[in-house]
Design a protein around this ligand. Sequence first.
Ligand SMILES: C[S@@+](CC[C@H](N)C(=O)[O-])C[C@H]1O[C@@H](n2cnc3c(N)ncnc32)[C@H](O)[C@@H]1O
Length: 301
Amino acid sequence: MFSYRHAFHAGNHADVLKHATLVAVLQHLTQKEGALSVVDTHAGAGMYRLDTSEASTSGEALEGIHKLLDQVNSNGTVNASMPPLLQNYLQMLAAFNTRNGGGKTIKLYPGSPMIAAHLLRKKDRVMAFEVHPTDHRVLRGTLEQAQSDANLQMDRRNGFEGVTPLLPPVSRRGLVICDPSYELKTDYADVVVMLNESLKRFATGSVLIWYPIVGRSEAHDLPRKLKNAADKAGKDWIHATLQVRAGSSGQGPGGGLGASGVFVLNPPYTLKPQLEEALPVLVKMLGQDKYAAQKLEAKIR
Ligand SMILES: C[S@@+](CC[C@H](N)C(=O)[O-])C[C@H]1O[C@@H](n2cnc3c(N)ncnc32)[C@H](O)[C@@H]1O
């Protein structure tokens, strides 16, 4: 039985990096006319309250999204001095709260399937996989009540297995979001298999993978394996990391999750310049000690 519950971590620095990147990718993909399919292999509960005891137990959101919220004005606009990637992410949060009953202050934090549900259009589709019995049940209710134009579906299957038969999507335009909890050591290898399978079946599709930067060899090797797979297939990629403090990353003393990374296969051409501008600002706003840092690398052909 899995013990990971995303509610304890929702809105932390890793979510900020992952979800700000996700918003940028989805906003670009929905600019084109064609229908879009989003597959979320590890969906979580879908929505979290920023004021519940779960979210406040570890204080993770306080060290993450809460540090950015004073950039949002009471009318939902965002301080214009923020980089566009963060403006768009924060505007999405404000609009999501207004649309889904959070009100003017940001109380609700959408997870990846609800961010997709919010940004996608009537012709688009979201398929969300979640195996945890409680989070699966919560996700079902959340998707049923979501204010969304898109077609929303979910399944309690293993997302690594569920994604394969969905590729390529009928629309031939799509994004796979792969965000495991990495509770199982095998998750690291499964992510690489999933990326290779996606490249084989749907070479033009975009894939967004999040991973924790922790002191274990599987985590250390993962970005290299992802980059190799994309290079072998001749596909573009972006890899961004954000470290907010010393952690079990090999950089500095301390424990806990201090850093994480996102890898995007077939990224929109707008993503690299947007991340270039946003990452140093995230280091400034979320950094907790002298080990705070960011890195951006890309292969754009
Ligand atoms: C990091 S959380 C997902 C957070 C979500 N993607 C977001 O950004 O809001 C990982 C989730 O994957 C679920 N999970 C673990 N293994 C899974 C699998 N093989 N297939 C589907 N879900 C899985 C866990 O129960 C957990 O809720």
